[in-house]
Design a protein around this ligand. Structure first.
Ligand code: BGC
Length: 437
């Protein structure tokens, strides 16, 4: 595993013009993984974070070293021209290490108005988002932790990219082309958010933009059979922080066997930067929602929101009806439901607006997806210590997870989540930040 990596690494100095110093010593087989990890780190950091000199003690016999260098020389002749200089709008820093020694990097995108988005290559997690309030004071408006151990421990998907199938699949089973697939039942009897090791727990390959834009491309390959899903899936997610104060997320995926895909981002917002979200006003462009059973699996019905606590066609306080006796509110312990978005799926259209009355921040969400899971942090119970020691109580944050409907693989009438070889899944979601009056 590490040898090809090492080989590839030798091409890097030829591209970047940064010397790698090599030295031979015994015991190279045992040291292989450690070397590979160092090299891997350099590769991920790429050109935006090139140290001035790179000293690598490659502990291996001289003949092996010479063979590798020859291969590296041959490969370097076919390399692309040197990449652009460091991008000042994408800062890269080391965030920590996973227990198996992999380096986790933090990429901070900053736009011309000073808005900053911090994203990890671990889980593609949006760890911070600093936006101004009506007075121009910046605060971090997403829930999460101060450091990597928080994200490595069990947590409710703070800021994470979720896949291969975001939301629930009933009983962790579905049929495709007549074959039944069995997934991990990691949420009672159901499968949730991609399984035991979903995309939120992967180290993604990160490529910061080299053209000066505030953009980060993340890629991963989920192998055939990963968490029970068929097909090797290539996924790419690009975060772009525009100078119009939008955080845009573009998703794409291709497969080599028929599979199911539902990708989202699971950020918990709190537009005041602290406290509960009950006084935020929310408007959702949805005439219908998908009612659920006691396990939060859709019944299959598309029910009108009219006359129910799910009617957000005009702005409403999130807290106004959150404890309503309506059986669906009781089933969700608040809002934990998929809304059927008005307009044409595939078209980028505005589907939500949220306003926070004390600080005046406004969030508008647009998406190409057919649905959005509006989740009001009902399972936060005060046991998680978040940023700056904050306690995350029930309803400290809300999620607007743009997505396909839950359990679509078992619901023939829902828009399909099947992806076949030769097809490409794409979706876009844009979160726009502004100040109220
Ligand atoms: C689900 C909730 C779940 C939360 C954290 C949301 O997307 O709808 O039911 O508790 O994610 O896992």
């Amino acid at each position: 595993m590490w040898l090809p990596l090492l080989l590839f690494a030798f091409q890097v100095p030829c591209v970047q013009g940064v010397p790698i110093e090599l030295a031979a010593s015994p015991g190279w087989i045992e040291k292989g993984p450690a070397i590979a990890s160092t090299v891997h780190e350099w590769l991920i950091r790429g050109c935006t974070h090139a140290p001035e000199s790179r000293k690598l003690e490659v502990a291996m016999p001289r003949p092996a070293l010479i063979a590798l260098l020859c291969a590296a020389f041959a490969a370097s002749c076919t390399q692309a021209p040197p990449p652009a200089p460091d991008n000042p709008n994408v800062k890269v820093s080391e965030y920590g290490k996973t227990p198996d020694g992999q380096t986790v990097l933090l990429f901070t995108l900053r736009n011309r108005n000073g808005i900053e988005a911090g994203i990890l290559n671990y889980g593609g997690i949006l760890v911070s988002l600093k936006t101004p309030d009506a007075k121009g004071e910046f605060a971090d408006i997403v829930l999460g932790f101060d450091d990597l151990p928080g994200y490595l421990a069990k947590h409710p998907y703070f800021g994470a990219l979720v896949g291969r199938y975001a939301n629930r699949i009933a009983k962790g089973k579905f049929k495709l082309n007549g074959q039944e697939y069995t997934l991990a039942q990691n949420n009672g009897v159901n499968a949730l958010h991609g399984g035991l090791k979903g995309f939120d727990k992967y180290i993604w390959h990160a490529e910061p933009a080299e053209d000066g834009e505030q953009r980060l491309r993340l890629r991963l390959t989920s192998p055939d059979g990963d968490e029970g899903y068929p097909g090797s899936l290539n996924v790419a997610v690009t975060y772009t922080l525009t100078d119009n104060d939008e955080l845009r997320i573009d998703y794409s995926a291709t497969t080599d066997r028929a599979t199911v895909v539902n990708l989202t981002n699971h950020t918990y917002f709190n537009l005041a930067g602290e406290g509960l979200i009950l006084d935020h006003l929310i408007q959702l462009a949805a005439e219908k929602y998908t009612p659920v059973d006691k396990d939060l699996i859709p019944t299959g019905e598309l029910a009108p929101v009219e006359g129910t606590p799910f009617d957000f066609r005009k702005p409403q306080r999130i807290g106004a009806r959150i404890n309503d006796p309506h059986p669906q509110i009781q089933a969700g312990g608040g809002y934990d439901h998929n809304f059927v978005l008005d307009g044409e799926p595939g078209t980028l259209r505005r589907i939500a607006m949220v306003q926070e009355p004390t600080k005046g921040r406004v969030l508008e969400v647009s998406t190409t997806q057919p649905g959005v899971q509006f989740y009001t942090g009902n399972f936060l119970d005060g046991t998680l210590k978040g940023k700056g020691g904050a306690t995350y109580h029930k309803r400290s944050g809300f999620c607007l997870e743009t997505q396909h409907f839950p359990d679509s693989p078992n619901q023939a009438a829902f828009p399909t989540t099947t992806l076949r070889p030769g097809e490409e899944f794409t979706s876009t979601t844009v979160y726009k930040f502004s100040k109220g009056k």
